[in-house]
Design a protein around this ligand. Structure first.
Ligand code: UD1
Ligand code: CA
Length: 456
């Protein structure tokens, strides 16, 4: 289908009480408009337009999208006026209208929806509501055919009693829209050019109006303030948690998991409470994540355990690793299979070989560690001279004694040993012991200082 999609996003969003334009506010870590754009892109439209108004350049900065035609609506004169601004950019057969502040519309629902449109048929997304509030009402004939949409402020009491409402989402032949929009008038309760008035015009022209209801009511929920945004956030998080559970992950409490990105999970993954998964995250089979962890842009391979209160950011973790509690893996960390990173250890741009252990209180940055090495508690790679960064290389099976400072650039050879408390400034050859600390002296006859008489 030759499709154009127009996303209306010119409203001020006053009720957000924010310097940030409403459609740039994040839901699940992504601007609301970004969600709508993604749903739109799933339909492969040949034109994608966003109608913006206030704070236009701010919207474009917050939601960069090279495939979008940005159309300015300088004055917000109504939804019909907003669509009219986009018309000069459209020459597709079918036009679909979406809203930047209705973020959770699903591609699947839209696909079925646009299929209903042909040269003689408009598709209208409606919803039956127990409490239809101030939405536009769908007026039908006795035979059930849609006649018109009446805005709440223009509705009679009998019309206000109608429970089928207009979600705002509409798809129709472009040729019809091009004829109808210039004929709209603003002679109504709000003095606006209502897009909804094209429905009665279509009926008068003998076109059919086909209605479709979304699979879930939340797909067509709009956001006017932060309370509504938070409500949709919870709904969306629940959906994502359920998708993970259906895929074989155990989520200890779906209300205490937040996914702000795209997560791929293997089977028998266990996610304990208060986990945040952000960006692109891949968790292999049997990975377990303890409570209070943040995992962002990371791949964690099968069988790895991440204990409580750990942060894993931009890291690639192999199979059967053990991480945390209280570990921090920063970008560029790569753990080979069976590596162990213990409590209060920070790593950055660190390649840690198979089975190597950094168990306690260390900083490992700009470092390459071979297989089977043991890095004692409190080891620091001194990688920074205040201007430049330098690398530390540690060979297979090396043993670094506790509280050592490895002053980069430096190489510790394979099976080398560094005595505890050493400050290592020179390379250590394979199999050697390096001791770089002052010698211990034991002095006999030492008397502790005494308090002077009369002092307290
Ligand atoms: C509109 C519908 C109403 C429907 C409701 C669903 C009309 C006339 N009414 O009402 O039938 O039940 O949505 O939520 O269409 N916008 C612009 N430019 C404008 C005006 C609006 O871009 O000049 C955008 C807004 O940013 C918003 C959307 O269009 O995203 C809807 O505008 P809004 O004023 O909220 O419409 P409603 O009065 O709620
Ligand atoms: Ca309005």
């Amino acid at each position: 289908m030759d499709l154009a999609i127009v996303i209306l996003a010119a409203g001020k969003g006053t009720r957000m009480r924010s310097a940030l334009p409403k459609v740039a506010h994040p839901l699940a870590g992504k601007p609301m408009l970004g969600h709508v754009l993604d749903a739109a892109r799933a339909l492969s439209p040949s034109r994608l337009c966003v109608v913006f108004g206030h704070g236009g350049d701010r919207v474009q900065r917050e939601v960069p999208a090279a495939d979008v035609t940005w159309v300015e609506q300088a004055e917000q004169l109504g939804t019909g006026h907003a669509v009219a601004q986009a018309m000069p950019h459209l020459d597709q057969e079918v036009v679909l209208i979406l809203y930047g502040d209705v973020p959770l519309i699903q591609p699947h629902t839209l696909q079925a929806f646009v299929q209903r449109v042909d040269a003689r048929t408009l598709a209208l997304m409606t919803l039956d509501m127990d409490d239809p509030g101030a939405y536009g009402r769908i007026v039908r004939s006795d035979a059930g055919a849609v006649q018109a949409i009446v805005e709440y402020k223009d509705a009679s009491d009998a019309q206000k009693a109608i429970r089928e409402i207009n979600t705002g989402i509409l798809a129709c032949p472009r040729a019809f829209l091009a004829e109808a929009l210039p004929k709209l008038s603003s002679n109504n309760a709000q003095g606006e050019y209502y897009l909804t008035d094209v429905i009665a015009m279509a009926v008068a022209a003998g076109l059919n109006i086909d209605t479709v209801q979304p699979a879930h009511a939340w797909e067509v929920d709009g956001v006017n303030d932060r309370v509504q945004l938070a409500r949709l956030e919870r709904i969306w998080q629940r959906q994502q948690a359920e998708a993970l559970m259906r895929g074989g992950a155990s989520v200890m409490d779906p209300a205490r998991l937040d996914i702000r990105g795209v997560v791929t999970c293997g089977e028998d993954v266990v996610l304990d409470i208060n986990t945040v998964l952000a960006g692109e995250v891949t968790l292999g089979d049997r990975v377990t994540i303890g409570p209070n962890c943040l995992i962002r842009n990371a791949r964690i391979a099968a069988g790895t355990h991440v204990e409580a209160n750990s942060v894993i950011d931009g890291a690639d973790v192999g199979e059967h690793c053990q991480i945390g509690p209280f570990a921090r893996l920063r970008p560029g960390t790569r753990l080979a299979a069976g590596a162990k990173i213990g409590n209060f250890v920070e790593t950055k741009k660190a390649d840690i070989g198979p089975g190597s252990k950094v168990n306690h209180l260390s900083y490992i940055g700009d470092a390459h560690i071979g297989a089977g090495a043991n890095i004692g508690a409190g080891t620091i790679t001194c990688n920074y001279d205040g201007v430049n960064k330098f690398e530390t290389h540690i060979g297979d099976d090396a043993f670094i004694g506790s509280n050592s400072a490895l002053v980069a650039p430096v190489k510790i050879g394979a099976s080398a040993t560094v005595g505890a408390g050493s400050v290592v400034t020179h390379d250590v050859p394979d199999d050697h012991l390096a001791v770089a600390r002052s010698k211990q002296r034991n002095l006999s006859g030492w008397k502790r200082p005494q308090k002077k008489q009369g002092e307290h």
